[in-house]
Design a protein. Sequence first.
Length: 41
Amino acid sequence: MVTVIVGAVLIVGVAIKRFLPNLFDQISQMITGAASSLGGG
């Protein structure tokens, strides 16, 4: 189940990175910011 979710996220990520690189940068920054806040908190 988890592998299906990860695979779907990767496919969507690749599509976004290919067609909307600016949006991908914003999302990746949001993800890293949330991850750092969660990890640090």
